[in-house]
Design a protein. Structure first.
Ligand SMILES: Cc1cc2nc3c(=O)[nH]c(=O)nc-3n(C[C@H](O)[C@H](O)[C@H](O)COP(=O)(O)OP(=O)(O)OC[C@H]3O[C@@H](n4cnc5c(N)ncnc54)[C@H](O)[C@@H]3O)c2cc1C
Length: 247
């Protein structure tokens, strides 16, 4: 099974988020593999361990993203590809990946359901459409059955089971594997990752950027938390009634 896992590089959720003249300030930010992509990568490793195969991880981005690709190699991917492009919109990202895929023969393509930074959730659908292959979104389970797949996907108040032919594109999330299944790179994995191929590819795209960000607004800061002694119920009632005005 020839598997592609698309990897987006996103700020760690604990990083301080700031903007400078409406541009995201990357100072002091640690970048990580988009968590949804990590679930997909782990699932790809499970498939490889069960039926064999080859796992390529791919990022559309600049050289500073090589570190997250090396981490994906250390976790268990066989090969990494970075398409050298400043990914200014989802269309450019999907076009770059589609152009690369045209010269490859992937049976199964994984994307995360959405990136946790810009939360576009657009790349997987665009990509499947450009490659003209089936697309199943919000996947929380997947089994390979011969040359087809059976996929469990989350819907409102439940889930549904779908079957698809291969090649297909899966947008995955937690449930595809559980958090406890995620792999921390071992020392051996980190050493081996240094010798695995990381190919840098240049691709021309025709997409223009039709949307530009006008302004970012951070959520208003929460009011200060007050700790009230457990025996001082009167004070609690007074604050809820007169300050928070909720009773
Ligand atoms: C108006 C606007 C301006 C932007 N300007 C910039 C900018 O100046 N610089 C910048 O770096 N970013 C910029 N971005 C973010 C950039 O567009 C996103 O990286 C890209 O659009 C994909 O984000 P998404 O939220 O649509 O991805 P989603 O569709 O939410 O991502 C879903 C999945 O697609 C895959 N995927 C997404 N992005 C990549 C990727 N780059 N490589 C491989 N797989 C990927 C991953 O599997 C991911 O889990 C901008 C976004 C917008 C909306």
């Amino acid at each position: 099974m020839n598997i592609l896992v698309c990897i987006s590089s996103v700020p760690d959720t604990t990083s301080p988020i700031n903007f400078n003249n409406n541009i995201f300030d990357t100072n002091g930010i640690t970048f990580i593999i988009n968590p949804y992509d990590e679930f997909c990568l782990t699932k790809a490793i499970h498939i490889k361990e069960k039926i064999g195969g080859d796992i390529t991880v791919l990022n559309v981005g600049e050289a500073n993203n090589d570190a997250i690709l090396r981490k994906a190699l250390a976790i268990g991917a066989d090969k990494a590809v970075r398409i050298n492009e400043n990914p200014k919109n989802s269309k450019i990202v999907s076009e770059c990946i589609a152009n690369y895929c045209a010269s490859q023969s992937f049976d199964l393509i994984f994307c995360g359901r959405e990136s946790i930074d810009y939360n576009g959730g657009k790349v997987p659908g665009f990509l499947a459409s450009q490659l003209d292959i089936p697309f199943i979104n919000s996947c929380i389970g997947l089994d390979i059955i011969g040359d087809t797949i059976e996929v469990k996907r989350e819907i409102d108040n439940g889930y549904e089971i779908c079957e698809s032919i291969l090649p297909a594109l899966i947008a995955g999330q937690k449930g595809l594997v559980e958090e406890k299944d995620l792999r921390i790179p071992s020392m051996r994995g980190i050493m081996t990752a240094r010798t695995k191929p990381l190919e840098v590819v240049e691709i021309d795209t025709n997409s223009e950027q039709k949307i530009s960000i006008v302004e970012f607004e951070k959520p208003s800061s929460r009011s200060e938390c007050k700790i009230i002694d457990e025996n001082n119920v009167e004070k609690l009632v007074d604050l809820l009634a007169n300050e928070a005005k909720v009773i």
